[in-house]
Design a protein around this ligand. Sequence first.
Ligand code: SAH
Length: 225
Amino acid sequence: MSVQEDDLQRQGIGMTSLRTRERLIQRLCDEGLSDPQVLEVIRRTPRHLFVDEALAHRAYEDTALPIGNNQTISQPYMVGRMTELLLADGPLDKVLEIGTGSGYQTAVLAQLVERVFSVERIQSLQERAKELLAALDLRNVVYRWGDGWEGWNALAPYNGIIVTAGAKEVPHALLDQLAIGGRLVIPVGESDDQQLMLIVREKDGFTYKTLEGVRFVPLLAGSLA
Ligand code: SAH
């Protein structure tokens, strides 16, 4: 039994939840996700541990759920979609994530790339995520409490950057911190009109691709204890 399955049993959720997980994976395939590695990682990541116990029974629905502080854990489809976009050009060694939140997207990434650098503005959320990822033995993640509009310049450049909150415009710092050939996946726009974008840094500039309408909590300025 894997560590995660063992967790499940201990939480008393049992086999029903394993079936529910399979159903989620089937749904994600139906919605167009296709990278077998990404799907496998979503299948084995215990999403119910990333939400409040009272919501654990809904953890394998394809929906965003509240995680406190007015924030949400991203919808599994969106986590898979953004991860596929990030990895579409091959494996990545250094990925910057803006918006640790519950740590669920972080945990998925940590199983697919060499190192994740995750920035979050709400310290208490990030502390909880840190403890949970350590308990799941995901140790290739470094955390920073701060304002994601600034990225994390000291450790730049990154081969991939993922932003899990909606930005009114693409933060300049993130463009600057992208390596040549690097990929930035980010929801951009006003809260009721956000588009998921893929931006790739070329030798002599950037290419921008608009993919689909999305709905994320806003990328706010400044950091909070
Ligand atoms: N990937 C997370 C999504 C959390 S929601 C998950 O699946 O749980 C988006 C997160 O972005 C929130 O935790 C919010 O606090 C954070 N956030 C918003 N603005 C930010 C900023 N400027 N810098 C860093 N994090 C920010």
